[in-house]
Write a protein that binds this ligand. Structure first.
Ligand code: HEM
Length: 494
């Protein structure tokens, strides 16, 4: 017995000693030791993982950059950048690929898709899906967006009428309904009817947990072999939800493929089918179409609804900006029917409001890092050795005083031609990323953002019903954990 005990004690002592040596190595001998940052973050990946799991990773990164400057070491092998030139140096460099630590578990067990870390697979899937995101495709589908946004505004109007001229609604919830319905229509040829029913589709809830899952997986994957145990430790109800989600995607895809009237539609499935046909072979099989639809439903809905919730939140906190935006919209249109995807594209002030909203609270506030391969790379004028994870994290970049004047103030005018802040580094602002992985849905997102905000601000006078802090005070687990956004609505001019 005492023999067993001494072996255990020896094991514990040896482990503690090894961890101590690793920490000393990371702080004093690691190739990244000269980069600025906190020793606690440099010593072990645990500090990063606990920040990620706290929901305040974005705030902590901002604090670190404010204290240590534009390049900060945020883990033994990771650097975070906020300098404008880092965008091109990292995301414009073909030799700095996505790293698979964040998603390796995922990729071992799932078919590949547009977010695959393998660049050739990514390119094949991206090409197959591009047809659904061209200007032509968005124009062809504009009526779907206009109908769904119109239906939501109609529902708001009914609530106002029911409340004798005033309704208080959780707009954050409704915007989730809307963007998921749009995803349903573009993915499966039919909306999920959440707006019509005034009730969330189960996918809305699953999506809220999706980001948390990715964040958790990313954290655990760094601690090999803990990641191997993750599947065993996955709670039963999460496994069941994942199975349910997959079954639903599969069934909905089968229904979509059976829609004879949609064989040539430029939606997601139509785009892939056209690509396979053009190539004369099945370049993207059914299981990969399914994997892509899984990704597109979440990435397209969550990001866009977050952007709109953040913008409305900011507008409620900024009456002068709200008034100017309303004035632009109401002086451009005489009635709601004139508000379309194409007619809202010319609203310059609203576009500036949208950009400023995404600057203050970027939907993709923190992103998966890339990894330096070859013998190292120059990033933002500094040599970065092979194996280092690197990223431009949007939240600290867009809130950095070295990039923007009054970075914590909501001032859309900075995005207009006669900006009051000529020293602002607009080249630091890439909410959709740049390079080969830049957002494929950017055009669709802009169409939805302009159309929805225009219709709401044209039709209703809006007022906050409670004291709110900043939108960015909320937690982030890859996606934002959004609280209800209660807004008082009255018909405009009533
Ligand atoms: C305001 C709304 C949106 C924002 C801010 C946004 C932002 C981004 C960002 C930053 C990335 C790069 C992620 C990375 O690799 O690090 C990305 C990629 C992507 N986005 Fe969006 N997105 C938005 C809306 C959409 C929509 C509407 C869709 C589709 C329906 C979409 C689909 C995708 C896809 C598929 C990728 C992966 C592209 C690739 O790797 O080639 N996004 N998005």
């Amino acid at each position: 017995m005492s023999h067993v005990l001494s072996i255990i004690v020896l094991g514990v002592v040896a482990t503690v000693f090894l961890v101590f040596c690793k920490v000393v190595y990371n702080i004093y001998f690691h190739p990244l030791r000269h980069y600025p940052g906190s020793k606690l973050w440099a010593a072990t990946r645990l500090t990063w993982a606990s920040a990620m799991q706290s929901g305040h990773y974005h705030h902590k990164l901002h604090e670190l950059h404010t204290k240590y400057g534009p390049i900060v070491r945020i883990a033994p092998n990771e650097l975070s950048f906020v300098s404008p030139d880092a965008w091109k140096d990292i995301y414009g460099n073909r030799n700095i690929p996505k790293n698979n630590v964040w998603t390796s578990q995922e990729e071992e067990h799932h078919p590949i898709s547009i977010v695959s870390t393998d660049e050739a697979t990514h390119l094949r899937n991206r090409r197959a899906l591009t047809g659904a995101f061209t200007e032509h495709a968005i124009a062809e589908h504009a009526y779907i967006l206009e109908d769904l946004v119109g239906l939501m505004v109609q529902k708001f109007g009914e609530a106002v009428a029911h409340g004798q001229g005033c309704a208080v609604l959780d707009t954050s919830n409704w915007l989730n309904f809307l963007t998921f319905d749009i995803s349903g229509a573009f993915a499966f040829g039919e909306s999920f009817h959440s707006v019509a029913n005034g009730r969330a589709h189960p996918w809305v809830e699953i999506s809220c947990n999706f980001g948390k899952g990715v964040g958790l997986m990313a954290s655990i994957n760094f601690f090999h072999p803990l990641n191997k145990l993750m599947k065993l430790a996955m709670p039963k109800n999460v496994m069941e939800k994942m199975k349910y989600h997959k079954r639903l995607v599969h069934e909905s895809l089968m229904q979509r493929l059976a829609m004879e009237n949609k064989t040539k539609a430029l939606d997601y499935v139509g785009s892939v089918m056209a690509y396979n046909e053009e190539k004369g072979e099945v370049k993207i099989p059914k299981e990969e179409i399914e994997a892509n639809l899984n990704i597109l439903i979440f990435t397209g809905s969550e990001t866009t609804s977050t952007a709109m919730a953040a913008i409305i939140h900011q507008l409620l906190n900024s009456p002068a900006v709200l008034e100017r935006a309303q004035k632009e919209i109401r002086s451009t249109f005489d009635n709601e029917d004139q508000i379309t995807v194409s007619s809202t594209a010319k609203l310059d002030y609203l576009s500036a409001v949208i950009l400023e909203g995404m600057r203050m609270s970027p939907p993709a506030a923190v992103g998966p890092p890339r990894v330096v391969e070859r013998e190292g790379e120059m990033i933002s004028g500094q040599y970065v050795p092979r194996g280092t994870l690197v990223a431009v994290n949007q939240y600290p970049t867009f809130r950095s005083a070295s990039n923007f004047t009054h970075p914590d103030s909501f001032i859309p005018e900075r995005f207009l031609p006669k900006s009051p802040f000529s020293s602002d580094r607009l080249d630091a602002f890439e909410p959709f990323l740049l390079g080969r992985h830049k957002c494929i849905g950017q055009r669709l997102a802009w169409a939805v953002l302009r159309l929805t905000l225009s219709k709401i601000l044209f039709t209703f006078d809006t007022k906050a019903v409670e004291e709110r802090g900043e939108f960015s005070d909320q937690k982030i687990y890859i996606f934002w954990e959004k609280k209800p956004l209660m807004v008082e609505l009255r018909l405009s001019g009533s």
